[in-house]
Design a protein around this ligand. Structure first.
Ligand code: NAD
Length: 720
């Protein structure tokens, strides 16, 4: 009996071989060298052994197959490659599946659980697919959502099976299909109860046993046509290309490569189509975007979510009741998120009526979601039942952790801490959601600074995935560990930073906003600056964003900083503009109907008076330079944070910048941007910008030394 390391092979008396995938040492069936080698050997074995009538492939794990090993992929993509090497990487698995479907024997996939990416591609190469009638079954080619594209025939087989018009959006969006949806699309031929799928597949082999794919039969036509055979398809490609450009501003190579593979690959026979797919995949291997995106959003985020920074040996905290002080925008959001995680929340404001009003606002928000069919009444009721408004601090006495989200004012916060600390249970954690104020300063006067920590959530709390945890001078390891447990319970991603005014994320995003203010001062139109930001990949322009948030809080924070730092305070690049808009011009944002733009009936329009205040810059603006300035100024500030020890781990900096402050994900984050540019090239470019726009761009000696050594934040040897 032949044995394989990544699956069980059992040949039945009826001549049907049952292959049960079970990749060792991994909770999911991921495609690696061992599985590829096993499959190659299996295909040969099936071809050669006349006793084998056909093969049923299923899985011993809860998933059918999870797809490629992304960790190995990041390592592989990190090394510089020639075009030939990239093509070799692109054809690591694809020919195996072609051999499988042309082996002359029928193959059937019995899909017991999620079949994602390469997993679905394996199933598509089989001649028959039956899926378990279970909510656990999901079928998707999600590669494009990770800046990749299917590379094992998916871009060729899916359109040939269900038509280009249906296949293209499924792959571009990475849509996850249920078993029923897959059946309706003819992506699987049948569904059956989980315990029956192997029998159904086995019966199909014995009774029908078709060993030739439709696309290998003479006269095969793709449903709805392929390539450029109809006007509708031509229009579909044009429209899709336009949508991709609009959504990605040409920053994402993957969707275009995918579109190319489908449009061109379906114009020719399957083998040529597979070659076209591989050529397009190879282009992605040569481009840093796929590696950077997967490394940050999949590998590093995955490690951070497993709480790699949690101090060891401290028992994990299980939260059942927390307190939130300040029932405003952030406090309401915090209460909502905690309730959603099954935690009871005491929501306290200056008066009970204010706290109750916050709960009423949440309830109204839920009602809107229910009306739109996005929430169920019983879920809303359950959440609201966990939120307990209060006006009296005594209500906090049985909370395991209390987080403050009152006004950004040291005196107000200290007053709140004093009152909370007086009633809180011994050992309970006190946290602040401040976005700028140094935690160690806030901790002054507290009896238990070891139990005090910064938990910086982002707005809107229910949708923003990041929490920046700020460790103060006195914060204990246990407090950090237990705070990480809370963030995990809230299903958010924590980064851990050291104390500094503005910490990491607020410092980095402030540099970007200040740069945009400075550009206004240079006479550039706000719409031009905002469009440059969007073209660089930021989700919103900095000036439109500031108009939406309102300039008051930022200006107040700057004023506080000036007061605290005294003669050591230095105005930032955009301070003059910020001050003018907040004082003499009195244009503080959308709520006032006037900011960098005018607002009429809530519609944004250019402000005609701008040219009278700031002389418009002569000549044409260099959009590439504006994009570079906005991207680089954040990366430079991030590097300063690293130099000062505010952030200690580049992976956290990358994840924090993408998830917390909208740094474009295609870059992989602030530190990946420097690595991808090349530290030397980055420093040289910053020097040039410093010569033209000011010393804020001048790299520090620390960064210069790194550049001289060409030191990377993610050395290639430990890229993953
Ligand atoms: P907000 O003005 O919406 O809410 C503040 C709430 O605190 C109000 O309901 C107010 O009544 C209450 N409050 C004020 N003084 C109080 C006191 N002495 N006792 C009890 N309640 C009191 O403000 P916000 O936007 O929710 O911000 C709150 C905190 O969160 C600030 O420190 C801010 O820097 C931080 N933060 C805000 C954002 C954001 O985007 N808004 C993001 C991250 C962090």
């Amino acid at each position: 009996m032949t044995s394989y390391s990544t699956f069980r092979f059992e040949l039945g008396d009826d001549g049907v071989a049952l292959v049960t995938l079970d990749v060792p040492g991994s909770s999911a069936n991921v495609i690696g060298d061992a599985l590829r080698a096993d499959l190659d050997a299996l295909i040969q074995h099936v071809r050669d052994d006349a006793a084998i009538k056909g093969v049923v492939v299923t899985s011993a794990k809860s998933d059918f197959m999870a797809g490629g090993d992304l960790k190995a992929m990041v390592q592989l993509f990190s090394k510089p490659h020639t075009a030939d090497e990239a093509f070799a990487i692109a054809t690591q698995f694809q020919p195996t599946l072609r051999r499988l479907e042309t082996s002359g024997k029928p193959w059937a996939a019995a899909i017991n659980g999620p079949a994602m990416g390469g997993g679905l591609e394996l199933a598509l190469a089989c001649h028959y697919r039956v899926a378990a009638d279970s909510p656990k079954v999901q079928l998707a080619l999600p590669e494009a959502t990770l800046a990749l594209m299917p590379g094992a025939g998916g871009t060729q087989r899916l359109p040939r099976l269900i038509g280009v018009a249906k296949a293209l959006p499924l792959m571009l969006k990475g849509t996850r299909l249920s078993a029923q949806e897959a059946l309706a699309l003819d992506l699987v031929q049948s569904i059956a109860p989980s315990e029956n799928i192997v029998n159904v597949a086995r019966r199909w082999i014995l009774e029908r046993g078709e060993a030739v794919q439709p696309w290998d039969k003479k006269g095969f036509q793709i449903p709805g046509g392929g390539g450029f055979s109809t006007t509708e398809l031509g229009q579909l490609y044009n429209l899709t290309a336009t949508q991709i450009s609009r959504d990605t501003n040409h920053n994402q190579p993957a969707p275009i490569a995918l579109l190319n593979a489908v449009a061109r690959g379906t114009a020719v026979p399957i083998d040529a189509g597979l070659h076209i797919e591989a050529c397009n995949f190879a282009k992605l291997v040569l481009n840093p975007v796929a590696r950077n995106t997967v490394r940050t959003l999949f590998l590093h985020k995955g490690e951070i979510d497993k709480l790699v920074r949690r101090p060891k040996g401290i028992p994990s905290a299980n939260y059942t009741r927390i307190g939130v002080i300040g029932a405003g925008l952030m406090g309401g959001g915090l209460a909502n998120s905690a309730a959603a995680a099954g935690i009871d929340v005491v929501l306290l404001d200056a008066t009970l009526a204010q706290a109750e009003a916050a709960k009423t606002r949440l309830s109204a928000d839920f009602a809107k979601r229910i009306a739109k069919g996005r929430m169920k009444q019983d879920k809303a009721d359950a959440l609201l039942a966990r939120i307990h408004p209060a006006g009296d601090y005594a209500a906090l006495s049985d909370c395991q952790l209390v987080i403050e989200a009152v006004f950004e004012d040291v005196a107000v916060k200290r007053d709140v801490f004093r009152k909370a600390a007086a009633v809180m249970a011994p050992g309970a954690i006190l946290a602040s959601n401040t976005s700028t104020l140094p935690i160690s300063e806030l901790a002054e006067g507290l009896a238990h600074p070891d139990r005090f920590i910064g938990l910086h959530f982002f707005s809107p709390v229910d949708r923003m995935p990041l929490v920046e945890i700020i460790v103060g001078k006195g914060t204990s390891d246990a407090t950090l560990a237990e705070s990480l447990d809370l963030v995990k319970a809230l299903r958010k991603t924590p980064i851990v930073v050291n104390d500094s005014r503005g910490f990491f994320t607020s410092r980095v995003i402030s540099a970007y906003i200040q740069e945009a203010f400075a550009m206004v001062g240079e006479g550039l139109a706000p719409a031009l600056i905002d469009n440059a930001a969007k073209m660089a990949g930021f989700p919103v322009g900095p000036l439109a964003m500031m108009d939406d948030i309102g300039m008051d809080n930022g200006y107040k924070a700057t004023m506080t900083e000036r007061e605290v730092l005294g003669s050591a305070w230095r105005p930032s690049a955009g301070f003059v503009v910020q001050e003018m808009f907040c004082t003499t011009l009195d244009r503080r944002g959308r709520r006032q109907g006037a900011g960098f733009y005018d607002y009429e009936n809530d519609k944004r329009k250019p402000w005609a008076g701008l040219a009278e205040v700031f002389t418009p810059e002569a000549g044409t603006a260099n959009i590439d330079e504006l994009k570079q300035r906005l991207l680089f100024i954040e990366a430079l500030e991030a590097a300063r944070c690293m130099e000062e020890g505010v952030i200690t781990d580049a992976a956290e900096g990358d994840v924090g910048s993408v998830l917390g402050i909208g740094y474009p994900s295609y870059t992989g984050g602030v530190f990946s941007l420097i690595d991808t540019t090349g530290t030397r090239a980055f420093v040289e470019a910053c020097d040039k910008l410093a010569d033209r726009f000011g010393e804020r761009y001048r790299p520090s000696a620390w960064l210069r030394e790194r550049a001289e050594r060409n030191e990377l934040f993610f050395p290639l040897s430990m890229a993953a």
